[in-house]
Design a protein around this ligand. Structure first.
Ligand SMILES: Cc1ncc(COP(=O)(O)O)c(C=O)c1O
Length: 378
């Protein structure tokens, strides 16, 4: 991301000064620093960052310079990127399925932590890697509520299979650990509680002491009114680990993506048209910066602004919101209440948009030319 200068006071100052034609992604570095400190001070273990959420160089550099020393990487490209920016950082290759060439690449780059959820992938790792000093975390999944969508549908062994895998990891001589991901934007601390109790059961059934337990991923950003308090979730994780493991308490690791970066960004989009007074057409949509909104619901934090920077007034009126492409899927879920005086040419600022937005945006249909701006506050 080429963050343009100067640093603006706020998105509204930018909008009223520049009146941009294109969508604009606003980055508030101070918000990112504050959230980084909250994790480093509050989480009772090692904080790593899931690079996939937002691999922007300015984000990664900020995280490194403010004390993040570990990264969850999903691919050779992410490994290379992190090695170039933070050569000493711990890299956890926690995409549980990899090509042999990808494992060989990670090995050459000195990656020492991997996750698995199947015997076939464990066998592949064991063929390629020398177990000395290498950690393998068994990823398991439970049918647990609380997240915006279910991550267990693709990855994670059921508990019985996880116990078998853990035994096999120990037999092969790797450092034994476990991991889970409760699902992204998980607002219920109880999900972590259940997962941690299950991790202890699985380890006990396997007869294996685990060195570390990685609790995901999944921490909520402030995109919803039910997001809850991160410090409360950290407290539940700490207590549940002692409750579940007692004297065998493993070291804890977390690998947030969304919760570290999302709230440090906001996206402004322009209103292209209000079709017959009803449907609102935006200049960005699901193929751009609003890519995951149709999957996890539209962020509940938004603000409508006139080009002169004043707030749009009036009672909330329900509208359907559409993106600019010709694809019928390019629409926001449900209806959104927007102030009655909203007009063509106004802007909507969507908050908490720093994760899975610029990372997945495309130029489909020739739209999505995203401008970038740095702000003091969002
Ligand atoms: C292995 C792993 N860890 C962490 C994350 C980050 O999850 P979140 O952004 O919900 O914190 C992901 C997201 O896909 C993941 O696959």
């Amino acid at each position: 991301m080429d963050v343009s200068n100067p640093v603006w006071a706020s998105p509204i100052e930018f909008l009223q000064t520049v009146n941009p034609e294109n969508p604009v992604m606003f980055f508030a570095p101070k918000a990112l620093q504050a959230r980084t400190q909250q994790f480093l001070k509050g989480f009772p273990g090692l904080v790593t960052y899931a690079v996939k959420a937002n691999p922007d160089i300015s984000v990664l550099q900020s995280l490194v310079s403010h004390g993040i020393t570990g990264f969850d990487v999903a691919s050779p490209e992410e490994i290379q990127l992190m090695r170039s920016l933070a050569p000493e950082a711990a890299l956890h290759y926690h995409n549980p399925v990899r090509a042999r060439s990808e494992i060989e690449f990670a090995q050459r780059m000195g990656v020492k932590s991997y996750s698995v959820d199947s015997r076939s992938e464990l066998a592949k790792l064991a063929e390629i890697l020398d177990p000395e000093g290498v950690e393998i975390s068994v990823r398991f999944a439970l049918p647990v509520d609380g997240a915006s969508y279910n991550f267990g549908a693709k990855f994670g062994a059921i508990p019985a299979a996880a116990a078998d895998l853990l035994r096999e990891v120990a037999r092969l001589g790797f450092i034994t650990s476990m991991t889970f991901h409760p699902g992204t934007q998980c607002t219920d601390a109880e999900a972590w509680h259940k997962y941690i109790l299950a991790a202890a059961d699985i380890a006990a059934n396997a007869g294996v002491k685990i060195e570390r337990l990685n609790v995901g991923g999944g921490f909520p950003s402030q995109r919803s009114n039910e997001a809850g308090d991160l410090d409360e979730i950290f407290g539940v994780i700490d207590q549940a680990t002692t409750e579940a493991f007692g004297d065998n308490r493993p070291a804890l690791v977390c690998e947030p993506g969304r919760a570290l970066v999302a709230d440090a960004f906001a996206l402004s989009v322009g209103i292209k048209a209000i079709r017959d007074g009803a449907d609102v057409f935006l200049n960005d949509g699901i193929y751009g910066g609003l890519s995951e909104q149709h999957l996890i619901g539209l962020t509940q934090r938004l603000l409508a602004v006139h080009p002169d920077g004043t707030l749009v007034a009036g009672e909330g009126v329900p509208h359907r919101l559409f993106g600019p492409t010709c694809d019928s899927m390019d629409m926001m879920p449900g209806v959104t209440h927007l102030p009655a005086e909203l007009a063509e040419g106004d802007y909507i600022i969507f908050y908490s948009l720093g994760a899975y937005s610029t990372a997945t945006a495309t130029r489909f249909n020739g739209f999505g030319d995203l401008q970038l701006a740095t702000v003091h506050t969002l």
